[in-house]
Design a protein around this ligand. Structure first.
Ligand SMILES: Cc1cc2nc3c(=O)[nH]c(=O)nc-3n(C[C@H](O)[C@H](O)[C@H](O)COP(=O)(O)OP(=O)(O)OC[C@H]3O[C@@H](n4cnc5c(N)ncnc54)[C@H](O)[C@@H]3O)c2cc1C
Length: 388
């Protein structure tokens, strides 16, 4: 495998870096973080340039590129500021489900709304009592005549209170296996019975919208059902195979941003008459941070590349997500440590990276769940024989 970038990929990466460095100003970063403000203007600019619709096929107005290019852009955006990056790039979160499993009519209607009308999207599976146990959801999506009726509550949903439409999961029937019987429906936020409340006071990524969604007798037509009813859990797992490398890239970007801050600071800050970079312990830490970032990046690129050539490997997506997430937390932690007491103060970006990094080990499956996915893929036969 050779990860030398093509000229086109290099140009995309450079354009992403230039955009993030220019548009994510320190004033905007501070304001969005302090006030939990969604940066709509920058989101629109990013979308005009196609950064949020990289994987949407050209026939529906997207860029028609692959997860690999998306990973390159993600890394560059998160390096500058994870909150605004998330607002921009996750403004089309969930569209992968449509790309993978949507009908021609659904793609034409909804993906076009995303590419041409800047529609903001969401994917809602998590519920108050079902997070890691993704099949444990209680929301119901039940057929009544020509329509499907949805009742339930979803929580911790990215873009939940600002989305134009959301892909919602719910149980339609009890299958022989508990993973069977879940269905996804496309719900528009102006449909009767849809309500959402923003969740405030997040630790990090405060520019990004997170919400609780309430669905009370929401009625959707048959054409809003995604793929085959009952197969939603399998669709969700496939969706994660394609989105986890992107979270890994978010983590690599955060780690890179925090690392660059640390590198600059250890050269400038003097104690005992010398820059703190002169201490061997600092040198060891810089070496460890750089090596871990490099390893995380290679894992992320490989996972993304496997998806981009249609040879995705679930265990690789999970390895990348777990390892890169842990790397982001490790590097952000050491970035604060190397800043000493100043790292703890809000005016320094080190503190923000530290808060932002933690999410990388939590959403789209915690690091424990990633390890389970890896182990199940490696130990599948024996686990099945013993009923796991
Ligand atoms: C900012 C943010 C945005 C999010 N966006 C979305 C979104 O857009 N859509 C969506 O559907 N969800 C979203 N989520 C939800 C996220 O995916 C869940 O929080 C995550 O999957 C964990 O679920 P939980 O919070 O219920 O934790 P739990 O599942 O309750 O886990 C608690 C702890 O138990 C551990 N644990 C659980 N089961 C096992 C096990 N079998 N073995 C070992 N350890 C285990 C976990 O690893 C964790 O440490 C978001 C979350 C956040 C914080």
């Amino acid at each position: 495998m050779d990860f030398r970038l093509t000229d086109e990929q290099r140009a995309i990466k450079e354009a992403a870096r230039e955009f993030a460095e220019k548009e994510f100003t320190s004033e905007l970063i501070e304001e969005c973080d302090r006030e939990e403000k969604y940066p709509l203007e920058v989101v629109k600019k990013a979308r005009d340039l196609g950064f949020s619709t990289i994987k949407i096929p050209e026939e529906y107005g997207g860029m028609g590129l692959t997860l690999f290019e998306e990973v390159l852009v993600t890394e560059e955006f998160y390096r500058v500021n994870p909150g605004i990056a998330n607002a921009c790039l996750s403004s089309t979160f969930g569209t992968e489900l449509l790309i993978l499993f949507g009908s021609e009519e659904q793609k034409e209607k909804y993906l076009r709304r995303v590419t041409e009308k800047h529609a903001i999207t969401a994917m809602a599976n998590t519920e108050p009592e079902a997070g890691s146990d993704a099949a444990g959801i209680k929301t119901r999506i039940v057929k009544e005549g020509d329509e499907w009726v949805i009742n339930g509550t979803k929580t911790l949903i990215t873009n939940g209170s600002i989305c134009d439409f959301v892909l919602v999961s719910g149980r339609s029937f009890e299958g022989e296996k508990r993973h069977y019987g879940i269905t996804f429906a496309i719900v528009e936020s102006d449909m009767k019975g849809f309500k959402a409340t923003k969740i405030k006071n997040k630790l990090g990524l405060r520019a990004s919208d997170t919400a609780e969604i309430y669905l009370k007798d929401v009625r959707v037509p048959e054409e809003n059902i995604l793929g085959e009813p009952g197969k939603g859990f399998y669709y969700l797992m496939e969706f994660f195979n394609h989105t986890r490398p992107r979270v890994a890239a978010q983590a690599v970007g955060i780690a890179q941003g925090a690392f660059e801050l640390a590198l600059k600071y250890v050269k400038e800050r003097k104690q005992f008459g010398v820059p703190i970079a002169a201490f061997q312990h600092t040198q060891f830490k810089i070496a460890e941070m750089a090596t871990r970032i490099h390893a995380a990046r290679l894992l992320t690129y490989q996972a993304a590349w496997q998806c981009s050539i249609d040879e995705r490997k679930p265990e690789l997506s999970s390895m990348a997500k777990w390892y890169a997430g842990e790397t982001a937390v490790y590097v952000a932690d050491w970035c604060v440590q190397l800043h000493g007491g100043y790292g703890y103060i809000g005016e320094y970006a080190a503190e923000r990276f530290y808060r932002d990094a933690k999410l990388m080990e939590l959403y789209e499956g915690t690091k424990e769940i990633q390890k389970l996915v890896i182990a199940r893929n490696l130990l599948g036969d024996i686990l099945k024989r013993f009923g796991h």
